[in-house]
Each structure stands twice: as structure tokens, then as C-alpha cells.
Design a binder for this molecule. Structure first.
Ligand code: XMP
Length: 326
């Protein structure tokens, strides 16, 4: 049974030296646990699964099989970055599954938020399971469980909205960062040479853009959401806000509003900008982003994103509004 209690005298990993020592210790432990067997990992590209992947690649190289499922609800460039970093830079054994059509077909016409979450979570497990069944000789399943998951939700990653793998999968778990807090996972990620844009990423919900494309997801609004979100991220980074604002993203509602473009009446989608600061996501405040920054983002979204004729900044703190819109 793996030890799931952080020893009272365990040092907080907050320097490259401590991270390096942790990495060396874990590499030895993983090699002892796994031997010459194969390990499977669902690699979303989020901080935790990325750090676990890099750690396992350091320990056992291509004995690690990573599966990256693109559910079509990733942010712009995210799946591409997973492929670039892990397949091309780290020579990982990476299976990339583009399941976009599968997810979007299932979600067509579904407008109830919790139902959308269930479909996305359930289908994710199904796709991952199908890939796992195609592979032979896998004995271990690696997971990016971190210490808050153990403390708060009994070892299950908070908010993942997914069930588990079927019972006939009899994998032994490999959870090398299970005793670490988020800042320590990031510190280890830097020491492993992962790009800062991956290690310092803001939280991104498991259902991805699916809960930000409000109501029943359509491909045109999803495209508008992805493009406007990319512009927001670029402009927040250029204004030095990327590391300062806790979470920021755009939302595209499922109603249209009137506009005028090139002297003609338009009837297009609004884009809502949501930015929040928080410590634990239970309460949140809205940062006073400088007017010129908001103005530039608005101008760019209106000029560059087809089908959008209005941009709004959400001023609502949590409570009463949640961080996400659905
Ligand atoms: P709310 O909207 O409840 O969000 O104020 C609090 C934090 O949780 C994230 N969030 C999710 N994460 N699956 C996730 O993995 C979800 O279904 C989900 N819903 C909300 C949200 O992005 C915020 O950081």
C-alpha cells in the first residue's frame, strides 16, 4: 500500500536543488516499482499530468505510454503543445487521439450544464479505455494525483467529472507527486525542463471550453470562443497580467445581439471576458484591469473573430456569480 501521508518533517520543495533531490529519489522509486514493465498515463497537458509524464520519462523512457485525448474542447494550441513537448522534445511514447467529432456529435443539442459535463467525462473514459484495450502488456497506471486531492477528495482528482476505469482493468497505480502541493509540483516541473507556459498554467476545467460555450455547443461558437480566448491570453501576457490574475478566459453565450458591420446590420454573438483573483476558488474578486488593455482586447476580438459583434467584461464577484458561467 502506497504511503499517502505527508511526513511532518518533509521539506517544502521550493528550490531547484530540492526539486532535483526529489526527482532523483522518485526516479529510483519508480524504477524499483515498475522494473521493465509498461506504464500507461492519460496526459491532458495540465500541470499535474505533464509533470508526472516528464518524471516517468526521466525514470523509464519509452516504457511509459502516454495517451492524449483531444476532446475538441481544448484551448487554441494546447494539443499541439503536448505533441511538440512530449513527442518531439522528450521523445515520449505518445498516442494522440483526435476525438473531436465524437465529442461534438454526442454534445449536439445538449444544453444542460451538468449533462454536458457527464457526457464529456464519460466519453473521455470511454476513449481512454478503448486505447488502453489496444495496448498489450501494461501493468501500471500513472496518475497526477496531488496532496490536496488526497486531503480533500479521497485521492480522486477534484472536479474531474469522470468515473473510473472498468473493474477488469487491474492496474497498479504509480502516483509520484501524490505528497506534493501544487507549488511544489510546479517547482519539480521547472526542474524537469518543462516549458513555463505548461508549468505555470492557470486552472482549466476538465470539460474544457465545453462549459464556456454556453448551452448547446455549436462549432461556430466554439471556434469564436477558442479564438477570443487566445487573443485574451496573448493580450494579458503582453500587459504583464498573465502571472498575476489567477484565472481568465472568454465565454460565448447562446444568444445573439444586433450590430452594424460595413454599413450593414449584423446579428452576431457576444463574447464575455471573465477574469478573477482567488486563493482557493471558493470566493473570488474581479481585478480592475486597465481600460486600455480591455479596449485593445475588444478591438482585436471584434476585428479578428468572425461572428462576434459585442464584447463584455464580467464584473461579478464570487459569490454571487461562480467563476465559470455554467
Ligand atoms: P466555479 O465556477 O465553481 O469554479 O466558481 C471554481 C473552479 O473550478 C473550476 N471548475 C471546474 N474544473 N471541472 C473541472 O475540472 C469542472 O466541471 C469545473 N467547473 C468549474 C473553475 O474553472 C474554477 O477554477
Amino acid at each position: 500500500m502506497a504511503n499517502n501521508v505527508r511526513p511532518a518533517d518533509m521539506k517544502r520543495i521550493n528550490t531547484p536543488e530540492l526539486a532535483e533531490a526529489f526527482i532523483n529519489e522518485q526516479v529510483a522509486e519508480i524504477r524499483a516499482q515498475v522494473g521493465n514493465k509498461k506504464v500507461l498515463l492519460a496526459l491532458s497537458g495540465g500541470v499535474d499530468s505533464s509533470v508526472v509524464a516528464a518524471l516517468l520519462i526521466r525514470a523509464i523512457g519509452r516504457q511509459l505510454v502516454c495517451v492524449h485525448v483531444n476532446h475538441g474542447l481544448m484551448r487554441k494550441g494546447e494539443s499541439e503543445q503536448v505533441i511538440e513537448v512530449f513527442r518531439h522534445q522528450m521523445d515520449a511514447n505518445l498516442i494522440y487521439v483526435d476525438a473531436t467529432d465524437r465529442f461534438l456529435d454526442l454534445l449536439a443539442g445538449v444544453d444542460e450544464p451538468e449533462r454536458k459535463r457527464k457526457i464529456i467525462g464519460g466519453e473521455f473514459i470511454k476513449v481512454f479505455e478503448e486505447e488502453a484495450r489496444k495496448l498489450e502488456g501494461i501493468d501500471f497506471l500513472a496518475q497526477g494525483t496531488i496532496y490536496p486531492d488526497i486531503l480533500e477528495s479521497d485521492g480522486v482528482k477534484a472536479h474531474h467529472n469522470v468515473g473510473g476505469l472498468p473493474d477488469d482493468f487491474d492496474f497498479e497505480l504509480v502516483e509520484p507527486v501524490r505528497l506534493l502541493f501544487k507549488d511544489e509540483v510546479r517547482c519539480v516541473g521547472h526542474a524537469l525542463g518543462l516549458p513555463a507556459s505548461m508549468v505555470e498554467r492557470q486552472p482549466f476545467p476538465g470539460p474544457g471550453l465545453g462549459v464556456r460555450c454556453l448551452g448547446a455547443i455549436t462549432r461556430d461558437r466554439l471556434a469564436a470562443l477558442r479564438e477570443s480566448d487566445a487573443i485574451l491570453r496573448e493580450e494579458f501576457a503582453a500587459a504583464g497580467l498573465a502571472g498575476q490574475v489567477w484565472q481568465f478566459f472568454t465565454v460565448v453565450p447562446d444568444f445573439r445581439s444586433t450590430g452594424v458591420r460595413d454599413g450593414k446590420r449584423a446579428f452576431d454573438w457576444p463574447v464575455i471576458i471573465r477574469a478573477v483573483n482567488t486563493v482557493d476558488a471558493m470566493t473570488a474578486t474581479v481585478p480592475e484591469v486597465d481600460w486600455p488593455v480591455l479596449k485593445k482586447i475588444t478591438q482585436r476580438i471584434l476585428a479578428e473573430v468572425p461572428g462576434v459583434c459585442r464584447v463584455l467584461y464580467d464584473l461579478t464577484p464570487k459569490p454571487v456569480g461562480t467563476i465559470e458561467w455554467e
